[in-house]
Design a protein around this ligand. Structure first.
Ligand SMILES: Cc1cc2nc3c(=O)[nH]c(=O)nc-3n(C[C@H](O)[C@H](O)[C@H](O)COP(=O)(O)O)c2cc1C
Length: 365
């Protein structure tokens, strides 16, 4: 008679030790903006949403969460710079911990992907540049021309990230993920098709990465390297943010991050043209995976088979799932049983209903 012990091992569902965290499997909840945090305050309905997606020993990364009052560009995205926001996160984090999950808070600043309606005193959004996005609007965002940050203002933004990280720990999160991907503020400095500065934060690769690495350094000093992850997408051109040599950029950052001994590096696959669109691509993340000395998380366009393959062939340690996890709260269990998956409904990714398209995706039973 076949017993459980005879069942084939599924590499994606094997345990993994990530720093001090004992993960029971490698299926990670990718950061997913859901725009249901009214007036930038996380809401009680997020308790159910995140706890539905928690499994014992599973890693969850929160939706992108603003570091300051200049960081927003989309309506009803959460923040973590005010006390009220920190307090509102606490029950959500507690619910994830109660079910044995490990929870990281993704912290961001959108930079130029914003407009005066989201800014204090109706001021222009800030960026590395004063070049506007050519298309008026990506996804749900309305954008207006940014104001180039002065060199002397940059330390203040670094400090906002530091304080946000401290607040995340106060709220009970296990750590933070610094959002250095998808064309937001950090990438607006990192990538040469946007950064047109002539000060110490523009020009060479080293200069362009300076701001992001100053943020990493400040956050590491504040909460400890063992609680810090960074998300990068050297190959995407999301929000018109591209680079002329993404491989060199990815490698430079993987090596630079290794020096800080941060917990993880979370990279978006080169096949992602932007945050959501998959294209044919000859590149891989292998050079970056080899260069980075901590845990490596890959994301973008993964299904069950692809995730199993990537872990089996040691191309990554963990795989983050976005749309499939959004629509399947019990995704690790479904992968374990090779059960059918719910289809995601793109129409309510970013709507504000506290239930529909949010907490109403069915479980297996
Ligand atoms: C609704 C939605 C919201 C997203 N919000 C974020 C976000 O807040 N931060 C981020 O880094 N990526 C965000 N992404 C990108 C996802 O984390 C992920 O990289 C992307 O969906 C590709 O992975 P997938 O093919 O598994 O969905 C978002 C994607 C979707 C579909």
């Amino acid at each position: 008679m076949a017993t459980e012990a005879d069942a084939p091992v599924i590499p994606l569902l094997t345990p993994y030790k990530m720093g001090n965290f004992n993960l029971s499997h490698r299926v990670v909840l990718a950061p997913l903006t859901r725009m249901r945090s009214y007036n930038n305050v996380p809401q009680p309905h997020a308790v159910l949403y995140y706890s539905q997606r928690t499994s014992p020993g599973g890693l969850l990364i929160s939706e992108a969460t603003g570091v300051s009052d200049t960081a927003q560009g989309l309506v009803h995205t959460p923040g973590i710079w005010r006390k009220e926001q920190v307090e509102a996160w606490k029950p959500i984090v507690n619910a994830v911990h109660a079910k044995g999950g490990v929870f990281f808070c993704q912290i961001w600043h959108v930079g130029r992907v914003s407009s005066p309606v989201f800014q204090p005193n109706g001021q222009a959004p800030i960026s590395s540049t004063d070049k506007p996005l050519k298309q008026n609007g990506i996804e749900e965002a309305q954008v207006t021309p940014p104001r180039r940050l002065r060199t002397d203002e940059i330390p203040h933004i670094v400090n906002d990230f530091r304080v946000a990280a401290r607040n995340a720990i106060k709220a009970g999160f296990d750590g933070v993920e610094i959002h250095g991907a998808h064309g937001y503020l950090l990438e607006q400095f990192i990538k040469d098709k946007v950064n047109d500065r002539s000060d110490g934060y523009g020009g060479s690769l080293e200069n362009r990465c300076r701001f992001a690495l100053e943020v990493v350094e400040a956050v590491v000093k504040e909460i400890g390297a063992e609680r810090v992850g960074v998300r990068l997408s050297p190959f995407t051109e999301h929000a018109e943010c591209g680079d002329s040599d993404p491989k060199a950029l990815g490698l430079y950052l993987a090596n630079a991050l290794s020096k800080y001994n941060i917990l993880y590096c979370h990279m978006v696959e080169p096949r992602m043209k932007n945050a959501l669109e998959v294209v044919e691509c000859p590149h891989s993340l292998m050079p970056m995976r080899k260069a980075f000395n901590g845990t490596f998380i890959s994301a973008g366009g993964y299904d069950r088979k692809d995730g199993i393959d990537a872990v089996a062939k040691n191309r990554t340690d963990l795989v983050a799932y976005g749309r499939l996890f959004l629509a399947n709260p019990d995704l690790p269990k479904r992968f374990g049983q090779d059960a059918p998956l719910n289809k995601y409904n793109r129409e309510n990714f970013y709507t504000h209903d506290p239930v529909i398209g949010y907490t109403d995706y069915p479980f297996l039973e």
